[in-house]
Ligand binder design. Sequence first.
Ligand SMILES: NC(=O)c1ccc[n+]([C@@H]2O[C@H](COP(=O)([O-])OP(=O)(O)OC[C@H]3O[C@@H](n4cnc5c(N)ncnc54)[C@H](OP(=O)(O)O)[C@@H]3O)[C@@H](O)[C@H]2O)c1
Length: 298
Amino acid sequence: MPLSKKERATVAVTGVTGALGGRVATRLADHKVPQLLIGRRPELLPELPGAQRRGPASYADAGDMRKALSGASTLVLVSGHRTGRRLEEHATVVQAAIAEGVDRILYVSLVSAGPTATYLNARDQWMTERYLAGTEIRHTVLRAGWYTSTPAALADEEFVVRGPASTGRAAFVTHEDIADVITAVALDGDDRSEHDGATLDITGPDALTLDEAITRIAAATGRPYRFEPETLDEAFARRWRQGITGEQIETWISWYQAIERGEISTVTDVVPRLTGSPATPISDAAWWPEPKTARGVR
Ligand SMILES: NC(=O)c1ccc[n+]([C@@H]2O[C@H](COP(=O)([O-])OP(=O)(O)OC[C@H]3O[C@@H](n4cnc5c(N)ncnc54)[C@H](OP(=O)(O)O)[C@@H]3O)[C@@H](O)[C@H]2O)c1
């Protein structure tokens, strides 16, 4: 029997060498979806059944991205690293997708994305969202919640996390739950989807203070993680003494301040609604990173 349009649809995935895109690609391969895995260093892309490795293609390079996207019907665009030109880079990928006749884009953004978001990394995510909204292409915005792994990765060698937050809450979510939601939307490949034009905030099941989150991580790992709140002045002085740049200090402090201001605290039903399973509590996360491995907020 000939394959249906839905079964033939090829999904291109970016960010596959990373934590989130890699998980999405593995899940799509499990569902036997034909894929194009796109990366800057194709030799690092995984070998998965039904998947072609494409690249080298960086978001900023329109020609390489067009070549890499040729034949795709859906693009899962995982947001890139913050470079100061992230909007331009993402816009280049979107234009390359349109030029190659891609039907729809699933853009992986960040919860709290907004022009005045406290967390600095969330601001240009909003600009990409607005850019997409101004194009004709079908798209869904998947705003990833903050990873359950990040508080553990922020700890120092003695498992202490320090930062300027005390009573604010965050609905941390696992990479696995985020990848499951993205996969569910990608698999919904009909000509129309209820997710077209939607913005989905993918969150964990509870809004926790950092103290609560880190106490649960300690119980789950058996390691002596603990949280010590700092004033803004203490936070700044400690980071400055460590020789960290002003931009990094600002980004790092803004991560805690976004929690303190409640900007990450909303709990949504997106994970259970789209995956059919409850969102994973922080205590049940599948893995934990080593201390001092947080990217961008060190
Ligand atoms: N939800 C959260 O808590 C959270 C936390 C941190 C970051 N984020 C955001 O979510 C994205 C995905 O998270 P993640 O954990 O999967 O991050 P990750 O492990 O750092 O992976 C990022 C992926 O994006 C690729 N990439 C970055 N910039 C690119 C560019 N200009 N052109 C082409 N590829 C590029 C990287 O490729 P290379 O291997 O070539 O570098 C890598 O495959 C991050 O990039 C960041 O925007 C979210």
